[in-house]
Design a protein around this ligand. Structure first.
Ligand SMILES: Cc1ncc(C[n+]2csc(CCOP(=O)(O)OP(=O)(O)O)c2C)c(N)n1
Ligand SMILES: [Mg+2]
Length: 537
């Protein structure tokens, strides 16, 4: 304990201990937005960052902040990261990313500063009910009372911080399947911060007093289910939705791999499956069993497969929770008991049909070529984020049989926060080129995430925008056929007239137009932060 014990702010002592415990527990990256009520946490994190102990990232907009944190956690194999906000609407701005994290098993530690209990519900500035604000999207919300002078004098604050962080860390990453956000709603009384104790010193003391190597091990899958018994000798396929799907390939049967499954390059993957579903009913009719891994979301024909009569559907538990859309899963679990080995002839028949299939070709530069170029450019030292909307669905048809590091926010498939998520991925793997392939509305939705924090350093980050002047995904839906064109455009397609080049440049990004494959290929080789705009009619 420092000598100046009684002059320390209880807020600062507690904040320093909370963050030191988090770091000792393995959290290396923190995301903060400026604010008064959270100043003790921010000061403490600043000290740890100055000492080189943590990576600290600053954002203005908390919505962007939280998606950036989400991307960073994803890029680090779902490691827990800290997110810090002040009180009030700042907290509410975390909500979209918290929902996505909840639905896709991403461990976020939300440190939301709050007024002390005596100032709640009495009209104090910037005060709302932050307890339970995220509902069941957080594993738990801890409502932590403001540290008091009495706590400080009694020397209780380090132990309080230790117990709090230990439980929070445990809850946010219980297993691969049950990971998710936790909220530490931390009340603080004035004085809201001080310069002592220095959080780096608190951290170093902490390390001396506890065994080292508290880094989280890789998380166990949830075990203990009754094994799922599969007779692979019957005609079986795997449908692989959004990943990570480490086990998808291990079944030894044909895989229908959505592009965000990470399995397109696998030997078993039938990459023309979206065409074959419609063109080879003879083969589809033979399927007797389907194993679902990850979260399939992209197409109605795939989901329709699951509703076929006399089908056995096995669901492998995933990070995305319980997937059983039609309530017809025969068994759900993650331990498999192999009753009989796969039929090699069945697999070979599918691989042959896939290889022989000739996809419709067009000479125009369109989405197919964009996907192929982006995919192939991403084979080495790269990671790719697929935005929601049309391009990920086009990739379901066209993504080549090449393994790449691929991500997508399929927990809720929002078009929000995509630039921020890509930035988070880039921050967590700065040695890679990070690409996001998104639509024009998705770009505009999150354009504020182009704000650059110069302290983030040089990132190779490419936002590839397919600008088709509005939400072209809606063209394929019911209302596009029933509504008159004008109503459809005004109500759904929402064409926009934004100048993306000016926007990008205003935020300090490079911008380049790509009008054909060669220009796109060249643009994809550029370094730095760049918006690559591909205009399509
Ligand atoms: C936050 C959020 N709001 C609304 C939607 C509904 N939505 C799905 S796709 C889409 C349009 C996206 O358009 P664009 O990014 O241009 O992609 P395109 O389909 O044209 O390639 C919208 C509004 C959503 N998924 N998420
Ligand atoms: Mg569009």
């Amino acid at each position: 304990m420092p000598d100046s014990l009684t002059t320390d702010s209880p807020a600062q002592v507690f904040a320093a201990n909370v963050v030191a415990e988090l770091v000792a527990g393995g959290v290396t990256d923190f995301f903060i937005a400026p604010g008064a009520r959270s100043q003790a946490i921010t000061v403490a994190l600043g000290q740890l960052a100055a000492a080189g102990t943590i990576n600290l990232h600053v954002r203005l907009d908390e919505r962007s902040l939280a998606f950036t944190a989400l991307g960073a956690s994803l890029g680090g194999f779902r490691k827990p990261v800290g997110v810090v906000t002040t009180s009030g609407t700042a907290v509410a701005n975390l909500h979209p990313a918290v929902l996505e994290a909840h639905h896709s098993g991403v461990p976020l530690i939300l440190l939301t500063a709050d007024r002390p209990h005596e100032l709640r519900g009495v009209g104090a500035n910037q005060t709302t009910n932050q307890v339970g604000i995220f509902g069941d999207a957080v594993v738990k919300c801890f409502d932590v009372a403001a540290p008091s002078e009495a706590d400080l004098v009694a020397g209780r604050l380090p132990d309080l911080a230790k117990a709090l962080v230990a439980e929070a860390m445990q809850l946010c990453q219980q297993s691969q399947i049950q990971a998710g956000p936790v909220q530490l709603n931390l009340a603080f009384r004035e004085p809201l911060s001080g310069l002592t104790p220095n959080a780096q010193t608190v951290y170093e003391e902490l390390l001396k007093s506890q065994p080292t190597d508290a880094q989280p091990d890789s998380l166990p899958l949830e075990l203990g289910d009754a094994p799922v018994s599969i007779d692979y000798s019957r005609p079986t396929i795997v449908i692989a939705g959004a990943g990570p799907n480490y086990s998808g390939a291990s079944h030894g049967v044909p895989i229908f791999a959505e592009p965000s499954s990470g399995l397109r390059g696998d030997y078993h993957s039938i990459n023309n499956y979206r065409f074959l579903i419609e063109q080879r009913p003879d083969l589809i009719d033979q399927i007797e069993q389907i194993i679902i891994v990850g979260k399939p979301t992209l197409s109605r024909p795939v989901l329709a497969l699951l509703r076929r009569p006399n089908l056995r559907v096995f669901v492998e538990k995933s990070i995305y929770g319980h997937f059983d859309l039609y309530g017809n899963a025969t068994q759900i679990g993650n331990q498999i008991e192999v009753l009989a080995e796969p039929d090699e002839a069945w697999l070979q028949q599918w691989l042959q049909v896939d290889q022989d299939f000739i996809a419709p070709k067009s000479d125009r530069f369109e989405r197919r070529q964009i996907i192929e170029e982006v995919w192939l450019a991403s084979q080495v030292e790269s990671q790719l984020l697929l935005g929601a909307s049309r391009m990920i669905r086009e990739a379901d048809f066209w993504a080549p049989a090449v393994e790449i590091e691929v991500y997508s926010n399929r927990g809720l498939a929002g078009i929000d926060g995509t630039i921020a998520t890509a930035t988070g991925l880039a921050l967590s793997n700065p040695e890679l080129t990070t690409r996001a392939l998104i639509g024009d509305l998705t770009f505009l939705h999150d354009v504020g995430s182009l704000v650059i924090d110069p302290n983030d350093g040089e990132l190779d980050l490419q936002i590839i925008v397919v600008n088709d002047n509005g939400g072209s995904i809606f063209e394929s839906l019911e209302m596009a056929k029933t509504l008159d064109r004008e109503s459809f455009e005004r109500l759904f397609k929402t064409p926009q007239i934004a100048d993306l080049k000016k926007l990008a440049e205003a935020y300090g990004w490079n911008h380049v137009y790509a009008t054909d494959e060669l220009e796109l290929r060249a643009a994809l080789k550029q370094t730095g932060r760049i918006v690559i705009e591909v205009a399509l009619a």
